[in-house]
Design a protein around this ligand. Structure first.
Ligand code: GSH
Length: 163
């Protein structure tokens, strides 16, 4: 067993995946790569496209992390010490990422499904779920069209988060 520390004993974050031998994998990118390798999913293409897939996956993960920090600010931090400028700085990261996706990634998004696209679909779904008032679609019609089709996938329809 090369890793017997529970994730709560280390970063204290989810998701984590405990394997049959009780080793624990985290974070979500590691877990997705592991599951893909185990199942032969083929969601990580060969080089050189792999680097695009991993970069898109990282970009989507960055959107998720900034969005979660925004939510934590209102849920976890006492009102008197909240910092609106910091929240807006997190949103600015998301907005820049969405701009980049709108202008630079449409070609990749049109290609066969990969883990980068799946991560992006999850991140955009999270924005709809937790930050609907931000209206991310307004300045990103290409991304909105891509997500409209992606959200129709059975896997997405069956896992829409509930309140
Ligand atoms: N990039 C990480 C993010 C993990 C993450 O931030 N998880 C949140 C819940 S969605 C968490 O466990 N937060 C608890 C904390 O930050 O203490 C991943 O994709 O696994």
């Amino acid at each position: 067993m090369w890793n017997s520390l529970s994730p709560s004993a280390t970063l204290g974050k989810i998701p984590a995946l405990e394997l049959e031998d009780e080793t624990v994998l985290f974070d979500s990118r590691v877990i997705c790569r592991y599951l893909d390798a185990r199942a032969g999913g083929g969601f990580y293409p060969a080089e050189p496209r792999l680097w695009q897939t991993l970069t898109l996956e990282a970009l989507a993960d960055g959107i998720m992390e900034a969005a979660i920090l925004i939510i934590y600010e209102s849920r976890c931090r006492p009102e008197e010490i909240r910092f609106p400028d910091w929240v807006e700085a997190q949103w600015a990261k998301i907005a820049r990422a969405l701009d980049t996706l709108e202008t630079g990634w449409q070609g990749h998004l049109a290609r066969p499904l990969d883990m980068g696209q799946i991560a992006l679909g999850c991140a955009l779904g999270y924005l709809d779920f937790r930050l609907p008032g931000r209206g991310w679609r307004g300045a990103h019609p290409g991304l909105a069209a891509w997500f409209a089709a992606f959200a129709e996938r059975p896997a997405m329809r069956e896992t829409v988060p509930q309140g």
